[in-house]
Write a protein that binds this ligand. Structure first.
Ligand SMILES: Nc1ncnc2c1ncn2[C@@H]1O[C@H](COP(=O)(O)OP(=O)(O)O)[C@@H](O)[C@H]1O
Ligand SMILES: [Mg+2]
Length: 317
C-alpha cells in the first residue's frame, strides 16, 4: 500500500488561535477518507494546507509523494480541490465553465470538447451543457464544481464539505458520484460535520475536534464495533419476568434493565445486544414462539456521534 497523503505534526496558528494542533494522519491510495468534525474544528484549515493554499505554522505534509511546502506545483498537479464555497461566474454557460478550467490546466483545445462531454456525462449534467451556470440548482452546481476538479485527471480529490447545504436527494447524488470516483481509482479526502452522512461511503475516517485528531481508523472495523453496542427495548403484555429470564439465557444479550432504571416504561426491558440483524430477528422470533406477548421491539439509535466517540475511544489510536 502506498501512502498518498501523509501529515506529520501539522500545526496552524492564526495570531493567538491554534486552528490545527499537531495533527498526524496517513491515508493510503484508493481510500475514501471522511474527515469529520464540528464547525471550527480545523477541517478547512487542514485541507487548505494540503492544497498548498495556506502555509503551516509547523509540521509537514506530503501529497502523492510531494511536499506541500517544498514542491507545491507538483502537489497541485496531483490534486483536484473543491472548496467549501462555490465561486460566482456570471454569464457563463456550463460547458464554458469547464472549458475555462480545462484551459487553466493547459489541456489542448482539440481534446477539450470531448473531455467536457465526458465530465458532464459523469456528473449527470449532459443535458445542461448550454445552460447558464447561475441557473443551475445548488446540487447541480456542486456536481459541476466536482467535474471541474477532475479536469486534469488528478490522483487525489480533496473536497471540503461537498454535501453541505444540499437537499437529501442531491446528497445521495453526490454520494453516488463519490462511489463512482472511488471505483475509477481516485483517492478521496473529504470533510463533513455530519458523521451519519459519510458513514456508508468512507473506507477510513478521522474525527477532529478543536484542531486535534481524536480518533481515526478503518470504517468497517468501527461499524462492527457499533453493531456490538446495540441497545434494544422490548415491551410485553403482562409480566416482564418471563422475558427477562428468556433474555438472560441468550448469549448475545448482556446488560438487562427494566423500569426500575431511569426512563424505561413499565412492562418494558432494555438490553445490550451484540449481533447482526439476522440474529436479532431470530431472537424476536424465538421470544414470540416461547409464548411471550411482545407489543414493541425496537432499537434505540441514540446519538450516532456519541456512540461513535465511546466506541472509538476504546479501539483506535
Ligand atoms: N483566516 C483565518 N483567520 C483567523 N482565524 C481563522 C481563519 N480561518 C479559520 N480560522 C479559525 O480557525 C478555526 C478552524 O477553522 P476551520 O479550519 O475553518 O474549521 P472547520 O473547517 O472545521 O469548520 C476556527 O476557530 C476558525 O474561526
Ligand atoms: Mg470548513
Amino acid at each position: 500500500m502506498t501512502n498518498i497523503i501523509e501529515i506529520q505534526g501539522l500545526t496552524k496558528k492564526y495570531n493567538g488561535l491554534t486552528a490545527v494542533n499537531d495533527l498526524n494522519l496517513t491515508i493510503q491510495e484508493g481510500e475514501v477518507f471522511g474527515f469529520i468534525g464540528p464547525n471550527g474544528a480545523g477541517k478547512t484549515t487542514t485541507m487548505r494546507i494540503l492544497t498548498t493554499l495556506l502555509q503551516p505554522t509547523a509540521g509537514k505534509a506530503w501529497v502523492a509523494g510531494h511536499s506541500v511546502t517544498d514542491d507545491p506545483r507538483a502537489v497541485r498537479r496531483a490534486i483536484g480541490y473543491m472548496p467549501d464555497f462555490f465561486g460566482v461566474y456570471d454569464d457563463m454557460k456550463v460547458w464554458e465553465y469547464l472549458d475555462f478550467f480545462a484551459a487553466c490546466y493547459d489541456i489542448p483545445p482539440a481534446t477539450r470538447a470531448g473531455m467536457i462531454d465526458d465530465l458532464l456525462a459523469l456528473v449527470d449534467l449532459g443535458h445542461k451543457k448550454e445552460e447558464q451556470v447561475e441557473a443551475l440548482s445548488r446540487g447541480m452546481k456542486q456536481r459541476l464544481c466536482l467535474a471541474r476538479t477532475l479536469a486534469h485527471d488528478p490522483q487525489v480529490l480533496i473536497l471540503d464539505e461537498p454535501a453541505s447545504g444540499l437537499d437529501p436527494r442531491a446528497r445521495i447524488e453526490i454520494r453516488e458520484l463519490l462511489r463512482e470516483l472511488k471505483n475509477m481509482g481516485k483517492t478521496i479526502f473529504f470533510s463533513s460535520h455530519i458523521l451519519s452522512e459519510v458513514a456508508d461511503i468512507c473506507t477510513t475516517i478521522g474525527i477532529i475536534e478543536a484542531g486535534q485528531l481524536v480518533a481515526s481508523g478503518d470504517m468497517e472495523q468501527m461499524k462492527k464495533q457499533l453493531r456490538a453496542h446495540r441497545l434494544i427495548q422490548a415491551q410485553v403484555v403482562g409480566e416482564i419476568a418471563p422475558l427477562q429470564e428468556f433474555l438472560l439465557r441468550h448469549p448475545a444479550v448482556s446488560t438487562i434493565n427494566d423500569h426500575s432504571e431511569a426512563d424505561i416504561p413499565t412492562n418494558a426491558v432494555r438490553f445490550d445486544f451484540s449481533g447482526d440483524d439476522q440474529t436479532l430477528s431470530q431472537l424476536l422470533a424465538d421470544i414470540i414462539a416461547s409464548g411471550i406477548r411482545v407489543t414493541t421491539f425496537s432499537e434505540e439509535t441514540g446519538d450516532l456521534e456519541d456512540v461513535f466517540m465511546q466506541v472509538t475511544k476504546g479501539i483506535i489510536n
